[in-house]
Write a protein that binds this ligand. Structure first.
Ligand SMILES: [Mg+2]
Length: 205
């Protein structure tokens, strides 16, 4: 059976390499605001405000000030930044997969809808993050998956396209947009499925 061996592996971050829970952040902040944690959560989790922030349309400071205005949060920007970044836990099997690829000399790229506060924390807290070949981050590109410009940016950075790219993401709309460009794009939900499936591509090489 013919197998196309990818020249690079493109990883979504959230729910692929790192689990995250905005609930942790909301429960920490709510007592210092005029909101219950569930209402606080709605301000930040998958909200229009977060979408604007992750689209690169506001600075960290503007995001903080918007949350303060909407919730009455009384903490400083420093506290806010620290708590906002403390919502991630590594998905061990997937981090290990990434390390295996790096050890084999296979280029790997981060491809994430994210923001500056989150990425600075992730870079500081998780050494594996610093072993990627490169990164394409929505807030820097001012485009979010599944819109085409961020995919074009990844192709431009890597110099690769189509089946040369293997792409893993937990969101079907993002995977579909990659597939439409000819990328080998796989939905990720379970490491026990994804890890052997990825490694099998290099089995006979
Ligand atoms: Mg994700």
């Amino acid at each position: 059976m013919k197998k196309t061996v990818p020249k690079a592996v493109v990883f979504d971050l959230g729910k692929v390499l790192l689990d995250f829970d905005f609930g942790i952040f909301a429960r920490r902040c709510a007592p210092y605001s005029r909101m219950e944690s569930t209402a606080f959560l709605e301000v930040v989790n998958q909200s229009p405000l977060l979408h604007r922030y992750e689209s690169g349309l506001m600075t960290d400071q503007q995001f903080y000030e918007s949350v303060v205005a909407l919730t009455g949060f009384t903490g400083t920007m420093e506290t806010f930044a620290e708590w906002f970044g403390a919502i991630f836990t590594p998905i061990a099997e997937m981090v290990e997969l990434h390390q295996l690829l790096v050890a084999r000399g296979i280029p790997t790229f981060v491809f994430s809808n994210t923001n500056g506060l989150a990425i600075r924390s992730v870079r500081k807290d998780f050494p594996f993050y610093r072993t990627f070949t490169g990164e394409i981050l929505s807030y820097e590109i001012q485009s979010m998956k599944p819109a085409p410009p961020i995919y074009e940016a990844l192709e431009a950075l890597t110099g690769l396209r189509g089946e040369e790219l293997l792409y893993l993401d937990d969101r079907s709309e993002n995977v579909e947009a990659g597939g439409q460009r000819g990328w080998t794009a796989w939905i990720h939900s379970d490491p026990t499925v994804t890890v052997p499936r990825v490694l099998s591509l290099w089995d006979s090489v």
